[in-house]
Every structure is written in C-alpha cells, then in structure tokens.
Design a protein around this ligand. Structure first.
Ligand code: NAD
Ligand code: 89V
Length: 338
C-alpha cells in the first residue's frame, strides 16, 4: 500500500516514523508549503518525491491513501481534494472547525467510496486499551460513573506555538481526545455542561475545562482537563481514569498503574512500550500513532469502517462544540441540538 503525507510539521514526524514501521506500507510522496520542513522530512525519511503544492502531488498520484497532518484550517479543502482524487484518507484531529465542515468531509469521502479515518489516537493508547478491555469484559460490571482526567503543567507551547494563539485551546486541542476516551468507555452522550478558565495570561484561549456528561445509557462521566496544573509527578501526557461499575471499580493512576478492585484487588503495570524512535514522555502518544495507523491499514484491507472513522468523529466534535456552547451560555446543552 502506498501513501502520501501532507504537512511535515511537529507531529508528522511521529506519523512518518510509524509508517516506516508498518509492514507493507510505503510513503512515496510528501508535501509541505514550507520548503525547510519539507526538505528536512524528506532527508530524514529518504523520500524522493517532494511537493509544495498538494494539488500537484495529487495530480501526479501513485499512491492509495493520503495522510493529512496539517492544522485544522486546511482540513476541509485537503480532504475534499483527496476525495476528488478517489483515495483513502486519514486526517489529524481536530477534524474540522465547524460541524458543517465535518459533515461535508464525511459526505465527500463517502461519495467517493473510500475510507476516512480521523487520527483520534488517545483511545488507542495501550494503557487506555487495557482498561477498555477490562471494562468491556465485564470485570467491574455495568459502569455507571467515570472520570477521565488530564491535568498537567507541561509546556506544550514550545513545540506547538499555534496552541497559544487561538481563541479556543484546551477543549479543542486536548479535551477532544479526553471526550473521545469518555465516549469509548460510556458511549454517546445526551447532554453536557462545562466550565472553562484561562489561568495562563500568556495564551489566548482557555487552559482549564471541566465537563459533565450524561450518557445515553444513563452513566455519568466527568471529563476534566488542565494545562495550568503544576504538580509532581508531572503526568503529561497521561489520561487518568476512575470508573465505578456495579461489581467493582477501576483506576488508571499516574505512572500507568491500573488497579481493579472487585472481591479482590489486582494491580497491573500498563506502561506503554518505548518504541525505538520514541522518546519520553511522548512515548505513550507515539505508540498510539503506530497503533491507529495500523488500524487504518487493516480497515482498508478488510473493507471495514475504522473505529475512529469520520462519521464516528462527528460525535466527538459535537461534544467539543456543545462544551464551548455550555461554557459560554452557562446552560446544559443537548447533543441532538448541535
Ligand atoms: P505544525 O504547524 O507543526 O505542522 C503543520 C504543517 O502543515 C506545517 O509545516 C505547515 O506548513 C503545513 N501545511 C499547512 N497547510 C498546508 C497545506 N495546505 N499544504 C501543505 N502543507 C501545509 O502542526 P503540528 O503541531 O504538527 O499539528 C498538526 C496537526 O496535528 C494539528 O491538527 C494538531 O492538532 C495535530 N496533533 C495531533 C496530536 C495527536 O496526538 N493526535 C499531537 C500533536 C498535534
Ligand atoms: O495530542 C495533541 O493533540 C497535542 C497535545 C498532547 C500537546 O495536546 O496537541
């Protein structure tokens, strides 16, 4: 299977490493408007075909899928171009700036009869997968309450300066992952209420968000995120879990320590492996990049829809929109209205 990548920035380096390690996949062309980033990436990964214009790369073709690793404002036009070229597409989160853009992209790729997956990788982290498997196996009975928590003081702005500039920050960039994890455990939500704060005076958007979700099956989850939390141990980029079920509880604590309490107590080390190209503390995220990209390839091969397909991601994006609406209005928002 041959692929092409658009966007050779900060995070695309992880995607390129992961493609290199996925059997049967070769990235044959890359594109970035920034020639320094383009050439540096071509050199690191030995890519001969380089482009500064995605239209030209798509016209030349020679690949089966396109990996879009640009920031959100370019997603709609790029996804539509890839759909027009009748290729499979994997696109980074946040998938879209508006629900309308997201729905249009899903429709465009659907009409082309191709696979569309959103690179929503946090639910694919191996510690989260270990917890999900336990809950799905019925180990703690029916889950009725959950907390998915991401609190950190890590400086994300040095690697991704654009995060300091947008009017929206933590829900759109990070909360989107944490809301998606909540969906993976508890299913879709009926209603959400949220509060936000900006603690760091040097950024434009909110860096603290607390969200309360009422899920369709009656479970409640609290999704809380902060980049203004300075504490030890610094847990970046770990998502922590507390789940209460009818037969027991599960906790994923700092240091990838998973505790399951039923009649007995089980403590499991679910530390993610350190892939050869990965580095701490990002290795947890980096491993999930490889897992999600492998899932994309498997889905194209088998013809089955990805778990984090474009259509699925509409539900996560709706939670993001609803959370901002709730935070600004002070009201609880019904997801069906988004
Ligand atoms: P970045 O700004 O470092 O890189 C984006 C690159 O895309 C830039 O080099 C830019 O020149 C290029 N680009 C933009 N529009 C283009 C176009 N139309 N044609 C060609 N090149 C174009 O950004 P980043 O930090 O790498 O983030 C990229 C995306 O990845 C964002 O949406 C971000 O939210 C996401 N991200 C995801 C994770 C994760 O764990 N899933 C982690 C970090 C970032
Ligand atoms: O995963 C992400 O989307 C990143 C970070 C972990 C820094 O929030 O932007």
């Amino acid at each position: 299977m041959k692929g092409a990548l658009i966007g050779c920035g900060f995070f695309a380096q992880n995607q390129m490493h992961a493609w290199q390690d996925i059997k049967g996949v070769e990235i044959t062309a890359i594109c970035d408007r920034d020639t320094d980033r383009l050439n540096a990436t071509a050199k690191t990964f030995g890519i001969a075909r380089t482009y500064t214009d995605a239209t030209q790369m798509l016209a030349d073709g020679g690949f089966d899928f396109v990996d879009i690793a640009t920031t959100v404002s370019s997603h709609r036009s790029l996804v539509e171009m890839v759909a027009e070229a009748r290729l499979h597409v994997i696109c980074q989160k946040p998938f879209a700036e508006t629900m309308q853009d997201a729905r249009t992209m899903v429709e465009a790729v659907n009409s082309a009869g191709k696979t569309l997956m959103v690179h929503e990788n946090f639910r694919w982290q191996s510690p989260i997968q270990a917890a999900l498997q336990l809950v799905k196996s019925g180990a703690i009975g029916d889950p009725f309450f959950g907390r998915v928590s991401f609190r950190s003081g890590y400086d994300v702005f040095s690697g991704q300066p654009y995060l300091a500039e947008g009017q929206r920050f933590i829900i759109e960039d990070l909360g989107i992952h944490i809301l998606d994890i909540s969906r993976a455990f508890f299913g879709d939500a009926r209603r959400i209420s949220a509060t936000t704060r900006r603690i760091n005076p040097n950024i434009a958007g909110e860096d603290v968000a607390t969200m309360l979700l009422e899920h369709e099956d009656g479970a409640t989850s609290v999704v809380d995120c902060s980049y203004a939390t300075h504490r030890t141990p610094e847990t970046f980029p770990q998502s922590l879990l507390e789940i209460d079920g009818s037969k027991g509880t599960l906790r994923l604590d700092a240091g990838y320590r998973l505790t399951v309490q039923t009649q007995t107590e089980q403590i499991i080390d679910v530390s993610p492996p350190l892939l050869p190209w990965a580095e701490r503390p990002w290795h947890n995220i980096q491993e999930s990049v490889q897992t999600i990209q492998q899932h994309f390839v498997d889905c194209i091969t088998s013809g089955s829809p990805p778990e984090t397909s474009g259509a699925d991601n509409l539900k996560t994006l709706a939670l993001v929109e609803a959370a901002y609406l709730s935070a600004s209005s002070g009201a609880t928002v019904t997801l069906a209205d988004i």
